[in-house]
Write a protein of this length. Structure first.
Lengths: 295, 121, 133
């Protein structure tokens, strides 16, 4: 947002003004370059601020950080029941199993801690890997670690990887989401791809993610309140009562896509990883609070 | 002769009965068109209007869209209401309402039944 | 007595056969009509099975295109699958009918993909005025 769009490009003869004029010409050049190569996207940080402002206005009196709890941030009745569920959290077994998996030696004798230290590392993901030129999620990193140490990658829709990430999420509770701002062209492209996915209507029912979670956030579909998108990524994997199991963020993405009549994408597909990257960036500043319980 | 008869009769009867099924099906569940329209509007796998709109005696309606009441007053022109359900984005590009006709969520016949029902509210 | 008993059913059966025959021919007429919708050339020499095969192939191409665009609709996919099933089981009329529905759905999803190329840009919350750095 630092591009000077106000200047009218007038050039006077004073030396200082010549420099100013040069700068103006330069910034026009920049603008032109942006306009000709791609649509003029807002910068990621402006997007994040715009989202925060939108939800602050829509849910006045509710701090942005509270949206880490989804609808329970503003649905008082549902919150009571939800808090009761936390007395005996149904995700606990998955966390315990994840810990066991975490400590089983890999093929070459190494363990996951050779890749992930003490395991409290969730806030490092997702990130844009400049060398590989793609978004690396925690799940991708788990399989990279396995390959490095002579193991086959785990299927992304299987039980083991979701339990491993549930354990890692548990250890990482309280860390603050802090995705580095996408700066390089490929990183921005991945971010904007996620933003485009989020904002595009799809499926026979013609809904974008933003239709429900920006436009209608706080309203009800039947008896269900619609949550804000800031906080959508903070609490995964999540135990869903509907699933009777812990499941991943991407499994939830797929479910949302199906609900609007769209054919879903595969877990860890570039589409869903870019969407996760975008959503996590705009959630910067919120604490991680997974695993959680949801309906 | 008896064999010949049964040989002829049986396929004929079968033939007729298979063709008769659609007529029976069309007359069986619906009592009248307004009730059919209401059933389509309320059905979660069809109109599912209650997901967003409060309607009549519909249980657990959402509040994402306005309550559907006084429809004949709000839509004196039936075609306007029909067009709105066919594709509401024509009038308001930002609306969240699914384009029921354009996206073939409802058939033309179903859409007309729903429109007729809504105009009684 | 016997003669009378026999004669009535025979007349009845003949009448039924006649009706059935007429209905069948009406069916065949309809089939040629549906065929002519796809291509008038095939009206004369086209068989129902080739028409069905063509309709299913067309639906498949359209559905693949919608998948490639990232805008496939679940309903188009299930409709295509049942059209393929009908084709395999020899129910060509159903196959044609369902394949056409699948094609229409895939076409609509492709139109959605096209419209969303630029439409999505308008859907993101705008930065609050005066708050930009």
């Amino acid at each position: 947002m630092s591009i000077n769009t106000k200047s009218n490009g007038s050039v006077s003869k004073a030396p200082g003004s010549v420099i100013a004029g040069f700068v103006t010409l330069f910034s026009y050049g920049l603008l032109y370059g942006l306009a000709s190569s791609a649509p003029a996207y807002a910068e990621p940080e402006a997007d994040r601020q715009a989202m925060r402002a939108h939800y602050e206005k829509r849910f006045s009196g509710i701090p942005i950080e509270a949206h880490k709890d989804g609808v329970y941030a503003f649905d008082e009745d549902a919150r009571e029941q939800w808090l009761e569920l936390e007395d005996f959290p149904p995700y606990e077994i998955a966390v315990d199993e994840g810990e066991e998996f975490f400590n089983i030696p890999l093929a070459d004798g190494a363990t996951y801690s050779d890749c992930f230290g003490d395991g409290a590392i969730k806030s490092q993901y997702p990130y844009f890997d400049e060398e590989r030129s793609e978004v690396i999620t925690l799940e991708l990193a788990i399989n990279d670690c396995r390959r490095q140490h002579g193991e086959e990658p785990l299927p992304y829709n299987g039980a083991e990887i979701v339990r491993l990430s549930a354990y890692i999420a548990f250890l990482s509770r309280g860390q603050i989401i802090a995705v580095a701002e996408p700066v390089s062209e490929p990183a921005l492209a991945a971010y904007n791809d996620g933003k485009r996915f989020y904002s595009s209507r799809r499926g026979q029912l013609n809904f974008a993610c933003s239709s429900c979670h920006v436009q209608l956030a706080g309203k009800r579909l039947r008896s269900e309140r619609l949550s804000a998108s800031l906080g959508h990524v903070s609490h995964w994997p999540t135990y869903r009562l509907k699933w009777q199991d812990v499941g991943s963020l991407h499994r939830r993405f797929a479910r949302c896509n199906k609900q609007v009549g769209a054919e879903p994408f595969a877990q860890q597909s570039p589409e869903y990883r870019n969407l996760e990257y975008f959503l996590t960036y705009i959630s910067n500043g919120l604490p991680l609070n997974g695993p959680a319980i949801r309906k | 002769m008896k064999k010949l008869l049964s040989g002829l009769l049986l396929p004929c009867l079968l033939f007729i009965s298979t063709f008769a099924i659609p007529t029976v099906r069309a007359e069986n569940p619906p009592t009248n068109d307004l009730e059919r329209g209401k059933a389509i509007a309320f059905d979660r796998n069809a109109g599912n209007c209650l997901a967003c709109h409060a309607i009549d005696d519909g249980e657990l309606p959402g509040n994402s869209g306005p309550p559907l009441m006084q429809m004949a007053l709000r839509f004196p022109d039936r075609d306007v209401l029909r067009a709105q359900i066919w594709d509401a984005t024509v009038r308001n590009p930002n609306t969240v309402m699914p384009p029921y006709g354009k996206h073939k969520i409802l058939s033309d016949e179903e859409l007309d039944l729903v429109v007729d029902y809504l105009l009684t509210l | 007595m016997n003669v009378l008993n026999k004669k009535i059913p025979v007349a009845f059966a003949m009448a039924l056969t006649l009706t059935a025959g007429l209905m069948l021919s009406a069916c065949t007429d309809r089939n040629t009509e549906t065929g002519s919708e796809t291509s008038s050339k095939q009206e004369t020499d086209g068989n129902l099975d080739t028409l069905a095969m063509e309709a299913v192939n067309q639906a498949q191409v359209k559905y693949k295109a919608s998948e490639q665009a990232g805008y496939a609709w679940a309903k188009a996919g299930t409709m295509l699958a049942s059209a393929q099933e009908a084709l395999e089981s020899g129910d060509f009329e159903t196959a044609i009918h369902q394949a056409r529905q699948a094609t229409a759905l895939a076409d609509t999803s492709l139109a959605q993909a096209e419209a969303e190329q630029s439409a999505w840009l308008e859907r993101f919350p705008k930065a609050p005025t005066g708050a930009s750095p």
